[in-house]
Every structure is written in C-alpha cells, then in structure tokens.
Write a protein that binds this ligand. Structure first.
Ligand SMILES: Cc1cc2nc3c(=O)[nH]c(=O)nc-3n(C[C@H](O)[C@H](O)[C@H](O)COP(=O)(O)OP(=O)(O)OC[C@H]3O[C@@H](n4cnc5c(N)ncnc54)[C@H](O)[C@@H]3O)c2cc1C
Length: 454
C-alpha cells in the first residue's frame, strides 16, 4: 500500500525519526523535513573544535527497560552500540560517607528490590524499611492509586511515604532530577512513580543503565536517516516547514520556507510545542487543541565536558549527593573510541540557577564538586566546554499532564509526535520514541482506511 502522495514528517528529532522508521518498516516511505543541517533534534553529537573528539550536546542515559527505544535501535541496527549493565547498579558519592552503591541482585522482581534495598549501605538501617514501603506503594499505584497522586509533587509523595530527609537527599533527589529534569519539590509524583514502576518493578534488569558508546548521532540520527532512505523515503535537512495546509477535516500538505508547497496524504508533526502551534493553519478552529500547550513550562540542563592530562576517576558513572553537579560520567571508560588522558562529562539537570552563569563560573563550580568527591589534588582541566540547553525538556510538574495533547488530532490525517505529547512518560528519549511509534500506527491505520474506502 504505497500512497500516491507522500506521508510527510515534520521534524527530525527522535520522535520524527521514530515515526519515519516505523512507517518505512511498515512499507510507507516518508518525506521528512528538518530545519537544521542534521537530524537528531535535542540528541545530537558534534566534533569538539579543540580535541576533535565527538561529543554529545548532553550525556544521554537510557535504561534497559525503555522498550520502545530498544525496538527502534534493533530496527535500525545499533542496539549493540549501547553498553548495558549486566545488573542494575548506581554508585553515589556522599559528602560525609564517601562512595556507596545501590545494586539490584539477579533475582526476579520484586525480590531484587527487597534484597537490593536491605543490602545497600547507601541507606541507614532505619530507612530501608521505609524505602520498601515506598516500593510497595509504587507497585500498587495503578488505576485509582494513580489518581490519588496526580496532583502531588515528588516531595509531597515522599512525605506521605514517610521518607527521611537523608534518603530524599541521598537517593530520591538524584533519581528524580535525572529522570524528571526537575527537583523533588516541583516534579510530578505521577510521572516519577510511573517511570520507577517501569524501571524497578516490570523486569529484573529494566533499571540497568544503557549508555551509548558512540556519539548520539551515530547511535540514532544517522542510522535512522539511512534506514528511511533505504526504504524509499527521503530526509531533507536544512528545510524549514512554515505552514500546514488544511481543508475541511484533513491536512493537505505543508509549505516550506522557500514558498514551495508539498502535497501530503498525511502529516506527522514532530516539533516542540511553540513550533507546532506556529505551523498550524490560520483560522483553523480545530487549532484550539494546542492552545493549552502554550502553558507548558521548560527546564534546562547544563553539561560540562572536561579534559585532563590523566584519568581522574575510576568509576564509569557517579551520582554526587548534595552537590550542584548531580552526575559525572567517565567518557574514557564509556566511549568505544577513547583518546589520551582523562575526559569527564558532568551533568546539572533542572539547572535553573546555573544556566545563566559564564563558562568560567560553571567550570569552577563543577571542579569544586568533583574535588569534593575525587580528591583535592584533582588537576585543572586543560580544556573545558560548557553546553547550556535552556529548553532541554519540558518541566515535568504535576500541572503539565493536563496540558499535553494526544498524538491523535481533530484532523483525521494529522498526528502529533514529541516527548511533550501525552505519552505517560517524563521528557525522555523513550517518551519521544513512543510518540513516534504511535503516530506511525495512526498514520498506517489512516492510510489503510483511506485505501479501503477508495
Ligand atoms: C542536554 C540534554 C540531556 C538529555 N538527557 C536525556 C537522558 O539522559 N535520557 C533521556 O531519555 N532523555 C534525555 N534528554 C531528552 C531527549 O533528548 C528528548 O526527550 C528527545 O531528544 C526529544 O525528541 P523530540 O523529537 O521530541 O524533540 P526534538 O529533539 O526537539 O525534535 C524536534 C525537531 O524539529 C525540528 N524543527 C523545529 N521547527 C521546525 C520546522 N518549522 N521545520 C522543520 N523542522 C523543525 C528541530 O530542529 C528538531 O530537530 C535530554 C535532553 C537534553 C537537551
């Protein structure tokens, strides 16, 4: 079933690429437009001008339980480029108690949580049973349980679960800020609990970290583009879509920045919220379906790459408890193709108070945090690069769920993709890929119905 007109995908981030790949895999070649010179959206890599090393716009971490992302990587043939932990384990550095590990042994869930929590020296003995209580509540919080926590922040939910300040600081806050890109005081309990259920209760190894060993573009964007091309589709970069056209209940195509009009049998809009609203046809009353999305707030991420004359950390990944820098990644150990000396990347999520500072200030702050964990004698980096993503993700607060639109729209052949659409997930690669998969299914269904009717 190849339609006469192309199915157009607008936006070459992970959601648009996922839609394009799944449609192409199902026999529907797509025509994808991306405004930048390269696909990848908010997950891309580029060569650092000083070292020539390929670096990412921000360290991206997946977990093994991201089923849709794993399916996408299998389809485009790059799953083997992830380094996945054999058993889930997180290493933290506590300011007064030093390095501590939380590891889930190879037992079926929920026994692995039980053994992991009771056996971990990250938690005080008295806190371990309280943690298990929270685990039980995550297990039960489906259906009515979800409705009860829908208005709560993570901090509100943790208070209900009787969690101690120390466990919140040492465990919940580092976990929440990395999954939600918000601090516990603002992040949505509902989205957090859902993400934890997937990670910790739906499979023994779901929580295992899966870290790209190559740049993000080599992992996702380039192979996804090649897959689409091999299946007869087309990916046009440096091509901005300025308007969507509609007639009656249907979209008829898109206008490009150069003024040309591309007729389409259906369109997947895989753009951020403001850009999606901007391309909707003027006077489209159905356009109200995106009005609420104008209130979606955003959160920033600051990533700092530091190069040293020598290796400066022995672990792969360390969570820094009680510091501004939350996670530190040893790029020399994680990357398949390493260079000389040490290379560390440090992540500050929900970086509201940091994103406006200068590169020198941020490097000094990160170095201070690193020295507090890895020793006062840590040398100065010989090269540093700070990447500030001001609108890295939407801010996953409790009010945001009501503002996220469905992938289905009032126009029968227009579908919405993006990590900010209603996926049930926080703003993650998994959410973006799920939205793309859903749009591909909706697009195929529409074409099947249209063909059967004609
Ligand atoms: C620094 C950082 C770290 C992150 N870390 C993680 C992590 O560890 N784990 C995780 O799961 N997620 C992480 N994320 C989130 C993840 O990157 C995003 O959820 C995902 O990339 C979003 O993909 P998307 O397709 O929804 O949106 P986008 O990537 O924003 O894609 C939208 C695309 O549309 C294009 N576009 C816009 N307007 C037009 C137009 N008019 N015409 C044509 N094209 C247009 C844009 O250029 C862009 O390529 C991180 C994000 C950042 C920024």
């Amino acid at each position: 079933m190849i339609p006469r007109l192309p199915l157009v995908v607008v936006g070459g981030g992970l959601s648009g690429l996922a839609a394009g790949v799944h449609l192409a895999a199902g026999g529907v070649p797509v025509l994808l437009f991306e405004q930048k010179p390269h696909p990848g959206g908010r997950a891309y890599s580029f060569p650092d001008a000083t070292t020539g090393e390929t670096i990412d716009n921000g360290q991206h971490v997946l977990i093994h339980g991201y089923a849709a992302t794993m399916r996408l990587l299998e389809t485009i043939g790059t799953k083997h480029l992830l380094a996945t932990q054999p058993v889930p384990a997180l290493v933290f550095h506590h300011p007064s108690r030093g390095f501590r590990t939380f590891r889930l042994p190879a037992l079926p869930p929920p026994l692995h949580i039980l053994a992991g929590v009771l056996g971990s020296d990250l938690f005080r003995l008295s806190d371990r049973f309280k943690l298990l209580r929270a685990g039980l509540s995550i297990r039960r919080s489906v259906g009515e349980g979800e409705r009860r926590i829908a208005d709560l922040t993570v901090a509100g939910w943790l208070a209900l679960m009787g969690q101690s300040d120390e466990t919140i600081r040492s465990f919940w806050e580092p976990l929440a800020v990395s999954i939600m890109n918000e601090h516990v005081g603002s992040a949505s309990a509902l989205l957090f609990v859902r993400a934890l259920r997937t990670a910790f209760l739906e499979g023994r190894t779901n929580a295992a970290l899966a870290i790209p060993t190559v740049g993000l573009s080599e992992l996702y964007a380039d192979p996804a583009r090649e897959f689409i091309l091999r299946r007869g589709g087309s990916v046009r970069c440096a091509t901005r879509v300025v308007k969507l056209a509609a007639s009656g209940e249907r979209t008829t195509g898109v206008t490009l920045q150069d003024g040309s009009f591309i007729e389409a049998c259906a369109v997947v809009l895989a753009l951020p919220p403001a850009e999606s609203r901007a391309v909707l046809p003027d006077g489209l009353t159905a356009g109200n379906f995106l009005a609420a999305s104008a209130a979606i707030p955003f959160s920033s991420i600051v990533s700092t790459h530091l190069w040293f004359e020598r290796e400066v950390m022995s672990h792969d990944v360390v969570g820094l408890i009680g510091r501004t820098t939350q996670w530190v990644f040893n790029r020399r150990k994680l990357a398949a193709r390493g260079g000389e000396g040490g290379h560390v990347s440090a992540t500050i999520s929900a970086a509201h108070d940091v994103v406006g500072r200068t590169q020198e200030e941020i490097v000094a702050l990160v170095m201070n945090d690193l020295r507090s964990a890895f020793g006062k004698n840590l040398p100065e980096p010989w090269h540093a690069l700070v990447i500030r993503e001001k609108k890295a993700t939407f801010s996953a607060t409790p009010t945001v769920e009501a503002l996220r639109p469905d992938q289905k729209t009032p126009l029968e052949n227009l579908f919405l993709a993006g990590d900010w659409t209603a996926t049930g997930y926080p703003a993650t690669i998994e959410g973006a890929v799920i939205s793309g998969e859903r749009c591909a299914a909706l697009g195929s269904d529409f074409l099947r119905r249209a063909f059967n009717a004609s």
